[in-house]
Design a protein. Sequence first.
Length: 372
Amino acid sequence: MRNTLDPTKLNAALDAVHRAGMPGLFAEVRDGGHVWRGAAGFADDVAGRPVTPRMRHRVGSITKTFTAAAVLQQVESGRAGLDTPIGRYLPDLVPGGRGDAITVRMLLNHTSGLAEYLPYAYPSLKAFPVLADTGPESLDDHRFTRFQPAELIGMGVTAPAVGAPGGTPGVYSNTNYLLLGELLGRVTGTTAERYITRNVIERAGLQDTELPAGPYVGGPHSQMYEAWFGMIDPPRDYSVYDMSWVGPAASLISTVTDLNLFFGRLLAGEIVSPSSLAEMQRTVPVVSQEGRTIDYGLGLHPMEAAGQDTFWGHGGTAWGAGALAMIRADGRRRMTVAVNLQRWNRLDSWGRPQPHPIDDALAELYRVAMYG
């Protein structure tokens, strides 16, 4: 089988992102049995320590695909129903009429109408998504805060609804996936973290992936720099951070190799059944946290890429860390990229993120990675 991976072009595209202003990034691209891994820039911008392709990294909302797969496994076992009201499982967390109206499927595809809890947990983000009126102070205040899921869920459930249950477009909200974590706990008799570890991470054969119990990233890893739209200048390292603020919604630590392996096995029907995978790929319009309307399935969505092929995957951010994983529908071509700077775009006078050379360089990297 012909190898369509061009190391010279891939390395050049990776270097271009670093030159555009990204402190460090690393990636793995697979085409059938052929594999390329690369890295550019620094894991520590002060000491000059280089990044490497095998570093462990916080991958943010890519966690949602793992949590969704775990929920679909429970649907397959008959312990949960996609179109069963969440109030049947969690009447204490989503009481009354809303608990009767919001289904498990609506949590998975962000059409529940439940608000994002983040601006309530982090007071300096209270104006989110009006970025110009936010500030980064709460990020430092909560570096070692141990949030309880019920506390965060309560913030989202009691906040003004962002839509009617089942209405479209939906609105992306981490509240949905914290509730799914609690659902997993109720129907499996263990914690969501333990269940996902045993039945998704270990089933996929992942060696360097975990839902962390503490604030540290074990093993080789990069510092993770947060700029908060130029309000943190120079960007500050948030690699040590208690991730209970997102839990089963976005706390995963992984590697680019593990994520490519996971998405390959997911699309091959080895993590959930083919019928469950088909449910994950049924999409509805959802407004993302960036304000764009995207098609979103159940913890999985089609990715934008130049060309005619369909790619599936997920992106994710945490404070200072970001990643993007995508796989062609036939499972052959796949890519995961990790970056160690977030929210690099400064804001204009209207509070809108301004274009940055990093954006164009990343788009070109994705194009080269997926199409050569």
